[in-house]
Design a protein around this ligand. Structure first.
Ligand SMILES: C[S@@+](CC[C@H](N)C(=O)[O-])C[C@H]1O[C@@H](n2cnc3c(N)ncnc32)[C@H](O)[C@@H]1O
Length: 333
């Protein structure tokens, strides 16, 4: 059989992929999917519902249909199933804020080559400069996706015989809120940088678990950890740091855990061949725009960090297929 002749279509599509990002983000900002869900089906109806020019409506829905975000039949548009589930405002699953989460970094991605030439890299990125307002915006986005992840964690991990969670870089407190809601006996500490701890306290109060969940301000690279937890969670901050720092933090967590306790690292991890998936590779490369030492870690890297720290029975579980894995280990009694 003759080999397919190579052309440049794939390369062109990758080079222009930022147009896909822009289309999705604008669709979210304009409320396109919400209006489609509410019954705006034709280009004229969509233009009128979004209060934009019909030509712009046509351009946007054409791109969204090409990206399979919208399905079109006889000039009538409807949302793809995942769009309907996550991008319709008013739903408890609405994750529009998460779709816009990386938009503030847009300009720096345009300067990626300059960043890649910079050899002066730091341990931590711009999160150290965050104000409480920055942290509020950031965690409005993480909470929109994090509470679902927290509930998933609670379904996957048996906490019925556990007493106290320490959530390192716990952000909004989503995991602790989900755990405390599901288990009336569980107490938890959300450990995060000072502005984030302020915001975490707000989320904890809004979700009615302030009696058992508290936020503690601290930098997990430098400050000591509370020593009364039998579960440590560290979720979705793995690519923010390089290998040495992740090893250090996991070692500190091991020392702080009560004997018999367990740690769960939930993160965007590369497959062991380091050839994907794209999510962790994206987050790792994104750290270049912040001039940090952060990068994508593989599942095998994480197993190594746990084992070096002293954890036993180290296991890797798929957490969200194709996106997040959960590495766990146990401290001997
Ligand atoms: C993407 S958010 C994830 C939040 C939460 N774990 C979740 O999954 O919803 C990463 C969090 O790690 C926190 N973080 C990063 N470096 C930290 C450090 N050195 N000390 C404490 N928290 C840190 C950030 O402030 C942020 O809240």
């Amino acid at each position: 059989m003759a080999e397919k002749r190579l052309d440049s279509v794939r390369l062109q599509n990758i080079a222009q992929a930022y147009g896909q990002s822009a289309a999705l983000m604008s669709a979210v900002e304009l409320g396109l999917f919400t209006k489609v869900s509410q019954g705006a089906e034709t280009i004229d109806q969509i233009a009128s519902a979004l209060d934009i020019h019909p030509t712009n409506a046509e351009r946007l829905v054409t791109m969204c249909a090409a990206m399979d975000l919208l399905a079109v039949e006889n000039g009538r548009y409807r949302n793809a199933p995942d769009v309907e589930r996550f991008l319709v405002e008013g739903s408890p699953r609405y994750a529009g804020a998460w779709m816009l989460f990386t938009k503030p970094g847009w300009g720096e991605w345009g300067r990626l080559t300059d960043h890649l030439r910079n050899k002066d890299l730091s341990v931590m990125g711009d999160i150290t400069d965050y104000t409480v307002d920055d942290a509020r915006r950031y965690h409005k986005a993480t909470f929109s996706i994090g509470l679902g992840a927290g509930r998933r964690f609670v379904r996957q991990v048996d906490l019925s015989k556990r007493n106290k969670i320490l959530d390192l870089g716990g952000g909004s407190g989503a995991y602790c809120i989900a755990a405390a809601t599901a288990h009336p006996h569980i107490r938890a500490t959300v450990f995060d940088l000072p502005p984030v701890a302020t915001v975490a306290s707000e989320f904890i109060a809004e979700n009615g678990v302030s009696d058992r969940v508290a936020a503690q301000a601290g930098d997990f690279t430098a400050d000591p950890f509370p020593t009364d937890a039998d579960v440590v969670i560290m979720a979705s901050n793995l690519p923010m740091y390089g290998r040495d720092m992740i090893q250090t933090v996991i070692g500190k967590a091991y020392e702080a855990l009560l004997p018999g306790g367990e740690m769960h690292l939930i993160g965007e991890t590369l497959n062991d061949d380091r050839a994907g998936p794209i999510g962790p590779a994206y987050w790792g490369l994104g750290q270049a725009t912040q001039d940090t030492l952060g990068l994508a870690h593989s599942e095998a890297d994480c197993v190594g960090y746990f084992t070096n720290a002293g954890f036993q029975n180290v296991q890797v579980h798929a957490f969200v297929e194709g996106s997040l894995s959960r590495v766990c280990g146990f401290k001997p009694v």
